[in-house]
Design a binder for this molecule. Structure first.
Ligand SMILES: [Zn+2]
Length: 388
């Protein structure tokens, strides 16, 4: 999830907002101002109800942010790179760049979020009780007309909503936190990451479909709040389905190495060659997006269509390759590496190809189009790797 704009950093973690967040902020403010606060105290003016609604909605998102910060800070402390946190339509999401490699890490990183929400809920509840509030009568759970103070009503909402967040997130449906916890437990006992993912993602799909059905049923009964349930259910089942497909791709790639897919090529260009010659002798002829640039048998860099496009056509003949190439160190792979790792490298850096180096010497190139073509053929033929 890409943020639309940034709120700055907390504990070294980038906090951002996606524009869809404003919609949910407005919706929650609206629903609090028109359903909870009028019953909490009918004496409040519309202006008071709306400002209490906005304050409560903002505090809810502070709570969601603290939940996400707990995930991110723990992930970071375990050595996982964290890209940042994004607040969006359905709450918050921590953008972790890698999956945990050990069941124990995944368990802790996932469980700490709901645990934090639970702790926040208990904290707000304690404060409410300490200042003399009635825990149940201060929540939106009770629909009767009361005469609450603004502070009691806000605390009543916050303890209730944080406990709700804790419990909803612990539903064992991947990719909710509870689904990740379930996966880490199955993974720890079975030692099989793929099986663990499959089971928890299927559970995610099932829960998602049940939420859609329940939501639609509510809408039929005339309760429009059901739309919300259906939307979250739809999001859940589609995210779970995407994880399953990702597992399938991983399974197809299992046992495949860079050397199986690379183009073994000894063709390279000289740093002194003109861009014009590279374009017409190589890029337009060999069906490649990039050429390695070598001095002797040592890689000096790589020249790609992206580099060429930075120079005006008229300047191609007079521009040597060395001026516009991406010089070393460039991202490279080794022939014995797993194809999935190589594909991950290309995706992570948004690059189309990478040189393959063996003991520092160039022995070929690997590119995205070839990888996709290779995987298609394997799938079509239904075969595993040569040795499998
Ligand atoms: Zn969470």
């Amino acid at each position: 999830m890409k943020s639309t704009f940034s709120l700055g950093k907390i504990a070294g973690i980038e906090i951002g907002i996606h524009y869809s967040w404003f919609f949910i902020l407005a919706l929650i403010t609206f629903s609090l101002a028109n359903s909870f606060f009028p019953t909490a105290n009918p004496a409040w003016s519309a202006a008071a109800r709306w400002s209490l609604g906005l304050t409560s909605a903002l505090l809810l998102f502070v709570s969601v942010l603290i939940h996400e910060l707990a995930h991110s800070v723990v992930a970071k402390s375990k050595g996982f790179p964290v890209e940042g946190i994004t607040l969006f339509l359905l709450g918050g999401v921590s953008n972790l760049q890698a999956e945990a490699r050990r069941a124990k890490d995944e368990f802790i990183i996932s469980a700490v979020g709901p645990a934090t929400s639970l702790a926040l809920g208990v904290l707000f509840l304690l404060v409410l009780v300490l200042i003399g509030g009635d825990p149940l009568a201060s929540t939106p759970l009770q629909s009767g007309v009361r005469a609450l103070s603004p502070l009691h009503a806000i605390l009543g909402y916050l303890w209730f909503i944080n406990l709700l967040l804790a419990f909803f997130n612990m539903v064992p449906a991947f990719p909710l936190d509870g689904g990740r916890v379930l996966r880490s437990i199955i993974w720890a006992f079975s030692g099989n990451f793929a099986t663990a993912t499959k089971i928890s993602a299927r559970s995610g799909q099932a829960v998602g479909f049940m939420m859609i059905a329940f939501g639609v049923y509510q809408v039929i009964l005339g309760n429009l709040g059901g739309l919300w349930f259906a939307l979250i259910g739809w999001f859940l089942q589609s995210a779970a389905g995407a994880s399953l497909r990702e597992m399938e791709v991983d399974a197809v790639m299992k046992g495949v190495h860079v050397r199986d897919v690379m183009r073994p090529s000894l063709a390279s260009v000289d740093p002194g060659m003109s861009v014009f010659d590279v374009v017409y002798d190589h890029l337009m002829q060999d069906g490649v997006r990039a050429m390695p640039v070598c001095e002797g048998d040592r890689l000096a860099g790589i020249i790609s269509l992206t580099d060429v496009k930075k120079v005006h056509r008229d300047s191609w003949p007079a521009t040597p390759v060395r001026e516009i190439m991406t010089a070393i160190p460039v991202h490279s792979v080794e022939p014995h590496e797993d194809l999935s790792d190589a594909l991950g490298l290309l995706a992570e850096h948004s690059i189309h190809q990478s040189p393959v180096l063996y003991e520092g010497r160039l022995i070929g190139m690997i590119n995205r189009a070839d990888i996709i073509e290779y995987l298609h053929r394997r799938k079509e033929l239904g075969i595993g790797s040569r040795n499998a």
